[in-house]
Ligand binder design. Structure first.
Ligand code: NAP
Ligand code: ZN
Length: 354
């Protein structure tokens, strides 16, 4: 074991603060990554504050991790010391069930191991995430990071990128599709960029009219202010696919009603409270209400390579480690452009200042 520093919380109503802990030593198939940047996902906030009612404390969030490899186990073939590497939302899965065999580790029949708030099979302890100096991960759950993209702006691809890429691919979004993206936050802004790069006609739904210009710059062909019923009505029964990226309670029937025959609304946003689907919202026009969870490791690599090819990264606002609670409060007000990323070089100062 080796000593490591990070930022964690000990209870739902306690702020994140400096936290010292130990990580396992690098094993045969492990890669040690010195973390340079970590994105701030709304899931971090949900879990730090136990909004999904399954958090084990202390909780050390962060699952959009990029950094440099500082050690490798004897059996590692994918990386050498000095390489860039990334880690997303998973650090393990059973590797022998049918879904793992299909490369869908996120749906592992025995449960995947979360990068934080999971149980590390190697030690039996709770996993701690990326708001920290370093992480040790099985090479099978690490990603190669394209060299041509800005590193800090790549971090959010490891969750926000793959969570939007995977359903867009699964529902065959491409030229000729009319695609809606609901909510211009971390996930939503990646959804707009990716759907645009895939050739779809992209319509962004927002509750924040002041985000309209940004949405168009990011790749939206049209922007709808969802609180205006006349703007919503104008798009009635016209969408092939809608990706809902909203983190809070909202009326999904208003979006289901915009789907055409056999259209799908895919939920990726994960609000604390259940969403209510009116039967007739799906009965009419044989619509589907679906969901999607992150993406497998192979698909995450495919997404990173797609982004490298198309020059796609996240629009980020860099923060210092000690400003994480302020970032969470701004996230709750939908005031994010469009992903906070922690500069992990600030961790040392943040600890001293606390
Ligand atoms: P975020 O950056 O906070 O963005 C959420 C956006 O939703 C906001 O910017 C806002 O956009 C919109 N919004 C917020 N409150 C709203 C309300 N009351 N009504 C309507 N719209 C509202 O969050 P994120 O990091 O993108 O995460 C979004 C959700 O996805 C979270 O619940 C997160 O846990 C979940 N998630 C799921 C997966 C998965 O695998 N399925 C993976 C990662 C994250 P506008 O200002 O444009 O309205
Ligand atoms: Zn996330």
């Amino acid at each position: 074991m080796f000593a490591c520093e990070g930022f964690a919380t000990t209870a739902p109503d306690k702020p994140l603060s400096p936290f010292s802990f130990e990580r396992r030593d690098v094993g045969e198939k492990d890669v040690k990554i010195d973390i340079l940047y970590c994105g701030v996902c709304h899931s971090d906030l949900h879990q730090a504050r136990n909004e999904w009612h399954n958090t084990t404390y202390p909780c050390l969030p962060g699952h959009e991790i990029v950094g440099r490899v500082s050690a490798v186990g004897a059996g590692v073939s994918k990386f050498k010391v000095g390489d860039l590497a990334g880690v997303g939302c998973m650090v393990g899965s059973c590797q022998h069930c049918d879904t793992c065999a299909k490369g869908l580790e996120q749906y592992c029949e025995n449960g995947f191991v979360g990068t934080y708030n999971g149980i590390e099979p190697q030690t039996g302890s709770v996993t701690f995430g990326g708001y920290s100096q370093a992480i040790v991960v099985d090479e099978g759950f690490t990603l190669r990071i394209p060299e041509n993209l800005e590193l800090a702006a790549v971090a959010p691809l490891l969750c926000a990128g793959i969570t939007t890429y995977s359903p867009l691919r699964r529902w065959n979004v491409g030229p000729g599709s009319k695609v809606g993206v609901v909510g211009l936050g971390g996930l939503g802004h990646m959804g707009v960029k990716l759907a645009h790069a895939m050739g779809a006609h992209v319509v962004l739904f927002t509750t924040s009219p002041k985000k309209a210009d940004d949405a168009k710059r990011l790749g939206a062909d049209e922007v709808i202010v969802s609180t205006d019923p006349s703007q919503m009505k104008a798009h009635s029964t016209s969408f092939d696919f809608i990706l809902d990226c909203v983190a809070a309670d909202h009326d999904i029937n208003a979006y289901l009603d915009l789907l055409k025959l056999d259209g799908t609304l895919c939920q990726v946003g994960a609000p604390e409270k259940p969403l209510s689907v009116a039967a007739f919202s799906v009965i009419w026009r044989r619509r589907s209400f679906a969901g999607s969870l992150i993406g497998g490791i192979a698909e995450t690599q495919e997404m990173l390579d797609f982004c490298a090819e198309h020059g796609i990264t996240s629009d980020i606002e860099m923060i210092r480690m000690e400003d994480i609670e302020k970032a969470y409060e701004r996230m709750l007000k939908s005031d994010v452009k469009y992903r906070f990323v922690i500069d992990m070089a600030t961790l040392k100062d943040a600890k001293q200042a606390a």
